[in-house]
Design a protein around this ligand. Sequence first.
Ligand SMILES: [Ca+2]
Ligand SMILES: [Ca+2]
Length: 288
Amino acid sequence: MKKMIFAFVATLCFSIPALADEGTGFIRGDVDLDGNVNIADVTALIDYLLSGQWPPEAPEPEVITVNGVSFTMIPVEGGTFMMGGTEEQESDREDEYPVHEVTLSSFSIGQTEVTCELWKAVMGDRTDYPNDMQRPMEAVTWTECQEFITALNEMTGKQFRLPTEAEWEFAARGGNLSEGYKYAGSNNYNDVAWCAGNAYWAQPVATKAPNELGLYDMSGNVSEWCNDFYGPYSSEAQTDPTGPVSGQEYVYRGGPYNYPASASRVAQRFHLEGQWSHMGGLGLRLAL
Ligand SMILES: [Ca+2]
Ligand SMILES: [Ca+2]
């Protein structure tokens, strides 16, 4: 009898419509949203049933407005992936190896790069970027990004931050919905990335196709600062890695509009000193 009840609950577990929807990035049956489907999900489902909260729902994209400017954070369900120069990357760059297994907890990431419009809404007149305000903010240092995030957090009461390098790559690869593309959402850079070959300067965000998670411009447009110091990869499997504890330079990812397409591969790493580098084509994307 106990077995029958268990089997019944397990069947329920795998039929949760909210979590089975195509395109949400969430795994069918993963009730507790930890990226794995296992016995813990059956327990979580029983808890949901007993608490009267049925059905459990996958988190929705969140729209946040500051000083009249709205932006969207996309939930990314945690999971396990291979990080670094996997086969489809066709990479000869030493720092993408060894390819290693990374497991991440759930997080949210900006649907787009931080726009000039959003930067201005948060930092007042600090921006002197005169052109299209829907373009990504660029030529900002890692330190300035932290100032922007601190100000944004004071305005919203939230805990925005830069993504870790692993979160950035997992999201670029499409998270649990990954199709294994070379670029974020396609094997053809022209579908998804503004880069040398189709652009001379930054383009308004979200004007190429999104990736599997609905994220725009993870490949190309502007590169994006990550929170981590730059360092070599280790072959060991890691959970929620945050990079080296100290370092000289910070990681940035995604390849800018003025680099060749290969620079916008999902695995390619860049690094730069964080305080003085006002580099054109380098911006940011928020994580939460
Ligand atoms: Ca689970
Ligand atoms: Ca980008």
